[in-house]
Design a protein around this ligand. Structure first.
Ligand code: ZN
Length: 119
């Protein structure tokens, strides 16, 4: 069975009504999946849940760690823009990446490690 975006959003909201903070994407995924699977198991991915949550204004905090840099936004797949910082001599260096679409930011040389979802 396939779930629609509004169905998934409803499930996310209902999960967050009960537990106002969900501490990982995996936890949210499992709870949302359980909520949607009544008779039949639904086919959804954690990534899709993350995107739907973000798009609909669910607060998501991203913890990052040192690691392989990501090329595109984890929420909308957009290409990043460089965040530049100028030093005292006017020389600019890239200090991070920004998604213009959803305002997600991440530092240079870091990758998302954990997503925290809040009502
Ligand atoms: Zn984005």
């Amino acid at each position: 069975m396939r779930a629609t975006d509004p169905q998934i959003l409803e499930a996310i909201k209902s999960v967050l009504k009960k537990d106002t903070t969900i501490h990982s994407q995996k936890e949210l995924f499992e709870k949302v999946k359980k909520k949607l699977s009544n008779n039949e198991e639904v086919q959804i991915s954690a990534e899709r849940i993350r995107r739907i949550a973000k798009k609909n204004g669910i607060r998501i905090q991203v913890h990052s760690r040192k690691g392989k840099e990501i090329k595109t936004c984890p929420f909308c797949n957009n290409e990043f823009q460089d965040i530049l910082s100028e030093d005292l001599f006017g020389k600019s260096t890239v200090i991070g990446k920004l998604c213009k679409n959803c305002k997600f930011e991440i530092g240079v040389g870091r990758s998302p490690a954990r997503y925290i979802f809040r009502k």
